[in-house]
Design a protein around this ligand. Sequence first.
Ligand SMILES: [Zn+2]
Length: 452
Amino acid sequence: MKGIASFALCAALATTARASNTLYLNFDGATIAYVQGGSDDARLGKSVTCGGTIAAWSSSVGAPLVTPAQAKRALTDRVRSDYLPFNVDVVTERPASGTYTMVLVGGTSKDVMPVEPANIAGVSTIDCGNLNPSNVVFAFAADLPPERGGLVALAHAIAHEAGHAYGLEHNDNPRDIMYVVQNPMQSLQQTFALQFLAGNFSSYNGPFGTQAEQCHYGAAGNSAANLLVAVGARADDGNTSPVLTWDFPAEPAQAVGLTLPLIAYANSTSTQVHFEIYRNFELVAVSDSAPLSTTVTFATGPAFVTVEAIDETARRSSITRHFEFDRQAAALCTDSCASGLVCDSGVCKRPFGAACAQSSDCVTNLCQPFTDETICSHSCGNNKDCPNGYVCQSSVCASPPRVHSGCALVARKNPFSLDWWRWFLGLLGVFSVQRNRQMARITREIIVGRQD
Ligand SMILES: [Zn+2]
């Protein structure tokens, strides 16, 4: 697995399975004492691999867009999914009694291996045959932001390092959790779907170079078979994985807007199903309601979107689709859109008569330039009328020619020019003054006449 390496020190050869195997994910941080010789002791915080202080896990590195509780559940569930076929119980609280394998989740490799190479996702002893029920292993969460795999890679790193603690070695199967080769080749979908499977032994040991086979099982690269021997199989509870149907949207051929409505159904034999939504390897949303009906805003650019349905036993189903998110592209919709837009066959578009830039903006699939405007229009003629207020012009519905009002002031020498009206109004004023003076004189004469 890219970015995941192990550090193998132990070479015990026997094989034994216990009644139960508890895998404790320690998110709280701890100081681990490095002990030379002897063996790991999770209860006492002793490791024969390395020592130091690991800070408490911060979900903001691997999953900054969801709450810490959502990130912790998603991470824990994925580790549970990885170990679902096996007799391993994944817990997040330190067991009060009994033995357990502890995974320190957090920090970086430099916290416990200051002189070793950087960019190591985890470290563990290879406990051949799972002889020690109390191993301590490390998964360096602070080295795994979303662009390096986020919670998905971290969960598999935890499963991988715990796998070493259960006696597994590396193999060359890119679909296997124990996959490690010098030049890893995995698709995003393969990384989501990693399992304990079968492969051939791989001597590659990350930045530590190569490592000879240590445990000498019948098939060193067969993770699933060796894990079954080491820890046993989980009892069958009769449930099956949820059947996931991602109803909307289908994978689009064109770019879509950043706001994406998602509708998915999950038929499950379990009572409770929840959904996780990823942009590439970044957990961007969680929904506890089934069926899934939510709207998620994505960052711009090309991305794989993965919808997963997970039941309460951590059985899961995934569907991944590719999207090109573009702020300028039309938003997808199920029924409603932003103001001024209408939902048309799953896409928010502009209605007839609205301003547009390109034909794909329009419900009518025609963005037509006219003299004064460019609007969503449609063809007309052949008994296809235009809406009220529009005329059929050259076989396309257009706004009626605009009639400009007389209030426009144009400096031209014509009868309606401003100068003419000033002159005309001036004449009226003179006439009015003269007429008033005449009327005043006549009135005065009448009054004078009366007085006379
Ligand atoms: Zn490894």
